[in-house]
Design a binder for this molecule. Structure first.
Ligand SMILES: Cc1cc2nc3c(=O)[nH]c(=O)nc-3n(C[C@H](O)[C@H](O)[C@H](O)COP(=O)(O)O)c2cc1C
Length: 220
């Protein structure tokens, strides 16, 4: 870690500690959870925490069996939060059977957690293509080569498949695989958690109400 990154982390820790006393106040949080999320995400990105865009994605099968894994938040706007993945993976089998998900962002040094819950839809092919084009060629080839979540004979088999696709697309742009793309989580609940002294943490819950949001303070 560079000296600069370390300095940023120390500064963020200071801000995290300041939040322990100042906290998350309704008047400052406002009525728009996306504005608040944007502010917190920006703060996380400049805080020096590793992978501020990493979030836990929880899904459940049609029988209600839960599973969770980390994915990367690639974009968000007032419609929802977008991540990209392999549509044949275990998470997507769940999402096709039961199109609901929960996301968690946790920014340790800032002592902050955001919990997002809502319905899920695939993003359009155009949007997925646009994002896929921004990925490094190696990651694009990797997306073709990996049958995500399926069993694999050996690591060598994966390397062989990677080489095959590298050859197949030699001298051309790598197209978006038909089995790969984004999901948008359209939230109905977003909860902001700010750590405070003596475990008397702040929890502000935003719940969709018509075209706006209802804000409720929860016990920690
Ligand atoms: C830091 C980090 C970031 C990750 N980002 C993604 C991602 O954006 N999309 C994805 O499909 N998997 C991502 N993964 C891998 C997933 O956690 C998981 O292993 C994979 O998606 C298969 O999950 P599934 O079998 O439950 O579908 C990431 C893992 C880590 C540790």
């Amino acid at each position: 870690m560079s000296i600069l990154a370390k300095l940023r982390l120390v500064l963020s820790l200071g801000q995290g500690i300041k939040s322990l006393t100042h906290g998350l106040i309704e008047k400052e949080a406002g009525l728009d959870p996306f504005r608040l999320f944007s502010e917190w995400f920006q703060h996380a990105k400049t805080s020096g925490v590793a992978l501020p865009e990493a979030m836990t994605l929880a899904t459940a099968s049609k029988d209600g069996a839960p599973s969770a894994r980390i994915v990367l938040l690639k974009s968000f706007d007032p419609h929802g939060f977008i991540f990209y993945t392999n549509y044949d993976s275990r998470k997507c089998r769940d999402l096709e059977e039961n199109p609901c998900a929960a996301l968690i962002c946790h920014w340790t040094v800032l002592q902050r957690q955001v919990r997002i819950e809502g319905s899920v839809e695939r993003t359009g092919r155009e949007e997925s293509t646009e994002y896929f084009r921004t990925r490094a060629r190696g990651s694009q080839i990797g997306a073709w080569a990996s049958t995500q979540s399926a069993s694999l004979e050996s690591y060598d088999q994966l390397v062989r498949r990677t080489t095959e696709f590298d050859q197949k697309f030699k001298g051309q742009d790598v197209p978006l695989p038909p089995f790969w793309g984004g999901y948008i989580v359209r939230p109905t609940r977003i909860e902001f958690w700010q750590g405070r002294a003596n475990r008397l943490h702040d929890r502000l819950l935003y719940e969709r109400e018509g075209s706006g949001w209802k804000v409720t303070r929860l016990n920690p």
